[in-house]
Design a protein around this ligand. Structure first.
Ligand SMILES: [Zn+2]
Length: 216
């Protein structure tokens, strides 16, 4: 059961990927985790990543696919995996396809958690964080007990730079522009499953189980 999870920032795909991972006992593989693991293992690849990140650059496609290759060659992916945050571009999707073919695997489900831009903006811009303990609140779905104050630390909550409407709008547009060709790529290969990410988390889980359920 090889799964690719896609969705704009704030769509909740990380939460859903974690759920699939636990439900089907397959590893949840995120881009950030792969990079951190290689760096902390101080492998040759990890050292390269560290160098790139230290110099303030982004990890490029050819280095990234090397890291994905190492990760997907481990024995724990035998039953499957959930890839979260990769591929994000068409060229990454093509490299991944080539790699999987080499490994004798393929992507069976490409799940796209679809949430319209205005909903993402509303979701993220109502997010507040405590500057002291880092706890995240949501003024709509998970508000603090006292208006604007952390329940524990009683200090005023703040909006993170990444959650400001202008920044959210830009991140969404960048994501969509880069990833739309990936969505089309998987649609053409008949493995795309689109899920309405505006629904409640439990409902989204049910829909995922409907899609993946017969496989296990
Ligand atoms: Zn706090």
């Amino acid at each position: 059961m090889n799964i690719v999870m896609m969705g704009p920032p704030g769509a909740g795909k990380g939460t859903q990927a974690k759920y699939i991972s636990e439900r089907f006992v397959i590893p949840h593989i995120s881009t950030g985790d792969m990079l951190r693991e290689e760096m902390s293992a101080q492998s040759d690849l990890g050292k390269k990543v560290e160098e790139v990140i230290k110099s303030g650059k982004l990890v490029d496609d050819s280095l990234m696919i090397e890291i994905v290759k190492v990760r997907l060659s481990r024995p724990d992916v035998e039953k499957g995996f959930v890839l979260d945050g990769y591929p994000r571009t068409l060229s990454q999707a093509e490299s991944l396809n080539e790699l999987l073919r080499f490994l004798g695997k393929d992507v069976k489900y490409a799940v796209y958690v679809e949430v319209p831009k205005d909903v993402i903006i509303e979701r993220l811009s109502s997010r507040r964080v405590c500057p002291k303990c880092g706890h995240i609140y949501n003024l709509i779905s998970n508000p603090p007990k006292a208006d604007g104050l952390c329940d524990v630390c009683h200090v005023p909550l703040v909006t993170r730079e990444d959650d400001k409407p202008d920044v959210v709008k830009r991140r969404y547009d960048v994501y969509y522009e880069m990833t739309f060709p990936v969505i089309e790529y998987y649609r053409k290969r008949n493995v795309l499953f689109t899920i309405d990410g505006t629904l409640a988390v439990e409902k989204v889980k049910d829909m995922l189980l409907n899609i993946l359920g017969d496989d296990n």
